[in-house]
Design a binder for this molecule. Structure first.
Ligand code: SIN
Length: 304
């Protein structure tokens, strides 16, 4: 047998404990989706939920990282009101606002669009000093199949790194740049020009931000890997060229299939996720169909 070098490594079995023993919630039912993360939620009306139900929903988000809340009927103002119960909904500066509702970005992909907003693995706006803690999408219209949002659990990504490497990376910081994700170089110009919803590059918002490579979640105290190719330019004190070999390994590791789930859409479903401990990815596998979401981000804290 020729002496080949192995080019792959098996992932050791790994799982996120709350997926297997969901709490018994008083105000709604929770059905976990994979061993890694994600849950379907039924039996709550976000427009009329009590404070106790909203507090319990935030607990479910801590436990499962991303929730798909079914059977809602939310006008834009009601979605904004719900978001403001979780923190401060704020206008997202890189896309056109929904008329009359500055906190909402309408994500619309028409049947002929080739550009998929959010079609890379990322944590939202980690180029901000204070990136959003939560993002929520309310589904107005979706294809009969396809257009799922994928998620990856970044606690598992950090905890499953080789312990020696993890020790070396413990105090490392990265430099995030908006130009990478939203700059003109990041997308085929013609595809972007024809997109119905696109990020609009604003050079005035192009500043670099330093964040820990592993951030500590303010509620759970657990560390999560916090880097993505959309925004991380380099390690602090290193050039992009010096940083890329290790960054590329970390980005590939971050989306190991065992860390992931996919949430399937239906009109009237609202997904909400915690950007401090998971990444997400908009699947663009529905040519010829329309997808329409209303997106809101909720302000977070400075990552530590
Ligand atoms: C996003 O990246 O915020 C959008 C994800 C999606 O449309 O599924």
């Amino acid at each position: 047998m020729p002496g080949y070098v192995s080019t792959f490594q098996y992932q050791s079995a790994i799982s996120h404990a709350p997926q297997f023993a969901p709490r018994s919630y008083r105000h709604f039912t929770v059905s976990p989706i994979t061993g890694a993360m994600g849950a379907d939620v039924e039996g709550i009306d976000l427009a009329t939920a009590s404070d106790a139900a909203i507090a319990e929903l935030e607990q479910a988000l801590v436990d499962h990282l991303a929730l798909m809340i079914r059977d809602q009927s939310l006008e834009p103002a009601q979605q904004i009101a719900f978001a403001n119960r979780l923190g401060r909904a704020f206008p997202w500066p890189f896309a056109r606002e929904m008329e009359g509702y500055p906190e909402i970005t309408e994500l619309i992909q028409e049947p002929g669009d080739k550009y998929a907003f959010g079609g890379t693995w990322h944590s939202d706006s980690c180029n901000f000093e204070k990136p959003p803690k939560y993002t929520m999408l309310y589904c107005v219209e979706c294809p009969p199949v396809g257009g799922d949002t994928g998620f990856s659990n970044q606690y598992l990504a950090w905890e499953s790194l080789d312990p020696k490497l993890r020790a070396e990376l413990e105090d490392v910081r990265t430099v995030a740049s908006a130009e990478l994700g939203y700059g003109t170089g990041s997308q085929d110009a013609e595809v972007l020009a024809n997109a119905t919803t696109k990020v609009t590059w604003n050079p005035e918002l192009n500043h670099e931000t330093l964040h820990p490579l592993a951030r500590t979640h303010p509620v759970t105290g657990r560390k999560a890997l916090y880097t993505c190719d959309s925004f991380t330019a380099r390690f602090e004190g290193k050039t992009q060229e010096e940083s890329l070999p290790l960054l590329r390994k970390l980005w590939a590791h971050a989306v190991t299939p065992e860390f992931t789930c996919r949430l399937r859409w239906k009109p009237g479903s609202l997904a909400i996720w915690d950007n401090r401990c998971c990444m997400h990815y908009a699947h663009s596998d529905y040519p010829g169909h329309r997808r329409h979401m209303r997106r809101i981000v909720v302000e977070g804290e400075r990552p530590v």
